[in-house]
Design a protein around this ligand. Structure first.
Ligand code: AMP
Ligand code: MN
Ligand code: MN
Ligand code: MN
Length: 284
């Protein structure tokens, strides 16, 4: 089973429409797919419809921005009901948080000599809620930086002006909303938080206590030792294993759809009991 359970569309900070994304995943050989846009379900119906049309297995998804000890962590909600009042309420609040944060980032960039960034980011976002990559695209367009990476290093990343602290719901609230929606919470890209092994285990235990059930053992391209390390943690903590590209754009080959290592055979995949469920139609 080639599953890719983490990807973004134009409903958040991805570059492909939900339909184009699903078609690209299908073309890449993905058999079970989840669109997991940041803090929104806006692309779900379109992605689901396109997957159905192509005969590809589809799981509903979202990537919730949360906070733990003052840092941002991302929690995937997979196989969620799209009409859950608890989850919809949390995501409605996230949209307001994103809007307020975008205004603050715009003001800070203006003070730093880059006016007009809020309006430009809003234009890049279109109908999506503003995310930092929308600011990055503007900073690249006006020549402030040469690429995404530099935009985060100089303006938007950890400790820089775009890093607005303590705005997201905590791990407990985020996981609870996913569980209330009948979904499974999965800690996204555990290696991206720059945590020591001990701290990461602390985070995972808090996450499990809150009702979290899985972790991404594979996230996009990663070196084999990193995958082995994540598989080890997954076993040690008795979590379900997930994998995903975290695809945003065709220009980033390290996040190519469906193109990452497989999960070790002894791990229990997060989708193990979904394949025959009514919400997931998988090719045999
Ligand atoms: P936001 O959701 O507004 O907090 O923005 C976070 C998003 O920015 C992530 O989901 C990534 O898509 C992107 N991102 C974060 N760090 C980097 C980085 N160093 N280089 C490129 N993109 C990044
Ligand atoms: Mn993103
Ligand atoms: Mn993420
Ligand atoms: Mn993501």
């Amino acid at each position: 089973m080639l599953a890719d359970l983490h990807a973004h569309s134009t409903a958040s900070d991805g570059l492909l429409s939900p339909e184009a994304l699903v078609a690209a995943a299908h073309a890449a050989g993905v058999q079970l797919f989840a669109l997991t846009d940041h803090d929104t379900l806006a692309g779900q119906q379109r992605a689901q419809a396109e997957a159905k049309r192509l005969g590809m297995g589809y799981v509903t998804g979202v990537e919730v921005s949360a906070q733990w000890r003052g840092r941002s962590v991302h929690i995937l909600g997979l196989n969620i009901a799209l009409d859950s009042p608890e989850l919809c309420q949390l995501l409605a609040e996230q949209a307001l948080v994103r809007e307020r944060r975008a205004q603050v980032i715009g003001e800070r960039l203006a003070k730093a000599g880059w006016p007009g960034a809020y309006d430009a980011a809003k234009t890049y976002a279109g109908s999506a809620d503003i995310a930092r990559p929308h600011f990055a695209r503007h900073l690249i367009a006006v020549g402030a930086v040469k690429d995404m990476d530099q935009a985060f290093k100089r303006f938007l990343g950890e400790g820089k002006l775009g890093d607005v602290k303590a705005i997201w719901p905590d791990v407990h609230q985020s996981v609870s909303a996913i569980v209330a929606a009948g979904g499974r919470a999965v800690l996204a890209h555990p290696l991206k938080y720059d945590l020591t092994r001990r701290k990461l285990i602390e985070l995972l235990r808090v996450f499990q206590t809150a009702g979290g059930q899985g972790m991404e053992v594979v996230s996009g391209y990663q070196a084999p030792p990193a995958t082995a390390q994540m598989a080890g943690l997954c076993r040690e903590l008795g979590l379900l294993a997930s994998c995903g590209s975290d695809f945003h754009a065709p220009q980033a080959p390290w996040q190519a759809l469906g193109a990452f290592g497989t999960l070790a055979a002894d791990l229990t995949p997060v989708w193990h009991d979904w394949v025959d469920s009514t919400s997931v139609t998988c090719p045999a």
